[in-house]
Design a protein around this ligand. Structure first.
Ligand SMILES: NC(=O)c1ccc[n+]([C@@H]2O[C@H](COP(=O)([O-])OP(=O)(O)OC[C@H]3O[C@@H](n4cnc5c(N)ncnc54)[C@H](OP(=O)(O)O)[C@@H]3O)[C@@H](O)[C@H]2O)c1
Length: 266
């Protein structure tokens, strides 16, 4: 019975991972969420009965360690797949370019630390909490959900000067994944930083002041990828990502790939 833990599974792509994986009754599927109640209610509303939810916050390594011991009871002390999905996507500084932080230094520091805390340190806490279980698993795969915005070559090509903090912390995450790979490859543990594509996970309309820069980003994507017609759905992205994870071998460990299994980000 392949076992999966999805960290940051309350909504968006994280919830879709739970929904998708639960369709195979041979999977043991566990989601971690900061607030289990609403995700448990959503699972019940969707009539999904074979997913367990435990409480954990990526900012709190103790909560992840406690969750790992709860998972261990369900999975017989092992884990095949860890998917670290949760991320800080705070909107406050998302659409600010580097020079626009002049005069907003406090915002720069506050938001950079929030991005770093979840997107980099929270990823390390998540992996370290579950590595004892992964070591005893069969598949031994750890996937961290990254973003094409963290790709240096895309950043050089695309005229998208905002999303400085999110993109650069996700780029740091890619390096963290490569470092784990260097440490754990000898144990047969496979690491991957995986971009989901551009996916519509919005729960409501964007604030009007963000719309011009969102349109700018869409136009820039379309300029680089003429086939780009807009975001895909979580239900389209997750099966593509699953295929990439399934195809990963120890030789590929530490890679940063898209949902298409390549460096094509859209
Ligand atoms: N959507 C896209 O187009 C896109 C593109 C590229 C990359 N990604 C990546 O894909 C992943 C999912 O994105 P999404 O669009 O589904 O985002 P989302 O809808 O905003 O969901 C973010 C998830 O992260 C969780 N989270 C945030 N802080 C957390 C913490 N401290 N501890 C535990 N969980 C935490 C949230 O939980 P709460 O409900 O508790 O806040 C939520 O489940 C992220 O890694 C994101 O960077 C998304």
């Amino acid at each position: 019975m392949p076992s999966y833990v999805v960290v940051g599974a309350s909504r968006g792509l994280g919830y879709e991972w739970l929904r998708f994986l639960s369709q195979d009754p041979s999977n043991a599927v566990i989601g971690l969420a900061r607030t289990p109640g609403p995700v448990e209610a959503q699972l019940a509303a969707d009539k999904i009965t074979n997913v367990r939810i435990f409480k954990a916050d990526m900012l709190d390594h103790r909560s992840l360690t406690i969750a790992a011991s709860e998972v261990s009871e369900v999975t017989n002390n092992s884990l095949d797949h860890l998917i670290v999905n949760g991320a800080y996507l705070g909107p406050d500084a998302s659409f600010i370019t580097p020079t626009e932080f002049v005069g907003q230094e406090d915002l720069l520091r506050r938001e950079f630390i929030k991005n770093l805390d979840v997107n980099v340190i929270g990823v390390i806490h998540s992996i370290n909490a579950f590595i004892p279980l992964i070591r005893k698993g069969t598949t031994k795969k750890i996937t961290v959900i990254s973003t094409g915005l963290a790709d240096l070559e895309l950043a050089q090509k695309a005229n998208i000067a905002f999303s400085v903090l999110y993109s650069s912390t996700k780029a740091a995450t890619n390096m963290v994944v490569a470092k784990y790979s260097a440490e754990l490859r000898g144990e047969g543990i496979i690491l991957l930083a995986l971009s989901p594509g551009v996916v519509d996970t919005a729960t409501g309309p964007p604030p009007p002041e963000h719309i011009p820069r969102m349109q700018e980003m869409g136009a820039e994507f379309a300029n680089i990828y003429p086939h780009f017609k807009g975001p895909i759905t979580p239900a389209q992205s997750v099966p593509l990502m699953k295929k990439v994870i399934d195809n990963m071998t120890i030789e590929d460990s530490g890679a940063f790939l898209s949902h298409l299994g390549s460096k094509e980000w859209l």
